[in-house]
Design a protein around this ligand. Structure first.
Ligand SMILES: Nc1ncnc2c1ncn2[C@@H]1O[C@H](COP(=O)(O)OP(=O)(O)OP(=O)(O)O)[C@@H](O)[C@H]1O
Ligand SMILES: [Mg+2]
Length: 148
């Protein structure tokens, strides 16, 4: 099992990291792809998600879904869901939203901020990333080859 840390020195760099991951994610076939983001307030999760969406080819502007819990976008090849669990307690709060279907559809790539809150309903092969606020311009992103 491997873990790697990346220090980004600007929001642009964090967006670029997201774009790179999207390039790999676009190669997925016949299966949903779930990416769980954890870590500090202001750690760069939304910024990373914006870069990721750009890398997928999403044309719409990605704004924080905090008040709606999740937003759906489309890209050439499927749907991209941006989810923010900051304001919910746990997975029970998503029960009425057909969220399990979102997680299952092979057309979907789902990126979830504060994903640890709903870990109980996320698949075993969820990709996890940690975001840490270092100082005004620096963030540490930790990538894992295993579930955390
Ligand atoms: N290296 C960096 N990477 C990402 N964002 C940075 C960086 N340096 C400064 N910033 C700024 O920090 C803020 C990061 O906030 P962002 O909304 O992405 O964090 P978040 O993890 O989504 O926070 P929240 O938990 O509140 O949703 C942005 O205003 C961004 O411009
Ligand atoms: Mg955010």
């Amino acid at each position: 099992m491997v873990k790697m840390e990346i220090i980004t020195k600007s929001d642009k760099e964090t967006k670029k990291a997201g774009e790179i991951l999207a390039w790999a994610a676009k190669k997925k076939k016949n299966k949903s792809l779930i990416i769980g983001l954890r870590g500090d307030l202001g750690g760069g999760k939304t910024t990373f998600t914006q870069g990721f969406a750009k890398g997928l080819g999403v044309k719409d502007k990605i704004t924080s879904p905090t008040f709606v819990i999740f937003k759906k976008y489309s890209f050439d090849g499927g749907n991209f869901y941006h989810v923010d669990c900051y304001r919910i307690r746990d997975a029970a709060d998503l029960a009425e939203l057909d969220f399990n279907e979102v997680l299952k559809s092979d057309k979907n790539i789902v990126m979830i901020e504060w994903a640890e809150k709903i870990k109980a309903i996320l698949p075993e092969d969820t990709i996890w990333m940690d975001f840490k606020y270092l100082n005004n311009n620096q963030r540490k992103i930790t990538l894992f080859t295993y579930s955390i």
